[in-house]
Design a protein around this ligand. Structure first.
Ligand SMILES: CC(C)(COP(=O)(O)OP(=O)(O)OC[C@H]1O[C@@H](n2cnc3c(N)ncnc32)[C@H](O)[C@@H]1OP(=O)(O)O)[C@@H](O)C(=O)NCCC(=O)NCCS
Length: 166
């Protein structure tokens, strides 16, 4: 099992994953849902790769890196790292977002993928803790976080705000 940063060689598998993911699943957003392969290669992939070193993006946009979890030659899921917190991220979605492809859920990939992502995030993120948030009705994702050392730092009506010490 390995995490690979988004790249042009894996374009087809990345497109298959991204185009099939809905626009929002439990707060994991995807504005490229349903995109064609042609548009993915021409526009979306360069845009996503560019998010790591944003140019011409609005002030609120924080550098974001996309990683894919691979196992046995198969792309299993996506893990995103936002490099530092803004006020909105601190009180919202935090540093890391993730999604495992539907048919591969419940096999431990979410837990294993977050562990690998934390290894990278710990080197990037300047804050003392890694921030994550989860919808209160998303028990699987909360468990993924808890199994990676998270504690519940705060909550509101719909979310738990979780943190993992660095
Ligand atoms: C949340 C998600 C990433 C979990 O990935 P996964 O690969 O299924 O997670 P794991 O297999 O590592 O399971 C983690 C734990 O959750 C448990 N779990 C799985 N589905 C569950 C469910 N519906 N209710 C309660 N617990 C559940 C598992 O049993 C496991 O616990 P265990 O090890 O004690 O058995 C995946 O469901 C997903 O991609 N969901 C859609 C997007 C999303 O919600 N992203 C997170 C936003 S915060």
């Amino acid at each position: 099992m390995e995490l690979r940063k988004i790249n042009t060689r894996d374009a087809y598998a990345q497109w298959e994953f991204t185009s099939a993911q809905p626009e929002d699943e439990n707060g994991f957003t995807n504005k490229y849902s349903g995109v064609s392969y042609g548009e993915y290669v021409e526009k979306v992939l360069p845009e996503m790769i560019g998010h790591e070193h944003p140019v011409g993006m609005p002030d609120w946009f924080v550098p974001q890196s996309y990683y894919y979890l691979w196992d046995g030659g198969r792309l299993i899921g996506e893990f995103r790292i936002r490099h530092y917190l803004t006020e909105a991220l601190r009180n919202g979605s935090g540093h890391i977002g993730y999604c495992i492809r539907k048919e591969m859920r419940g096999k431990g990939y979410g837990t294993a993928g977050l562990k690998l992502t934390l290894d990278i995030a710990r080197k990037i993120v300047p804050e003392n803790e890694i921030y994550l948030s989860v919808n209160k009705n998303n028990a699987a994702s909360k468990k993924v976080m808890l199994k990676n050392g998270a504690y519940t730092a705060a909550e509101d009506d719909g979310h738990y705000y979780m943190r993992i010490p660095k």
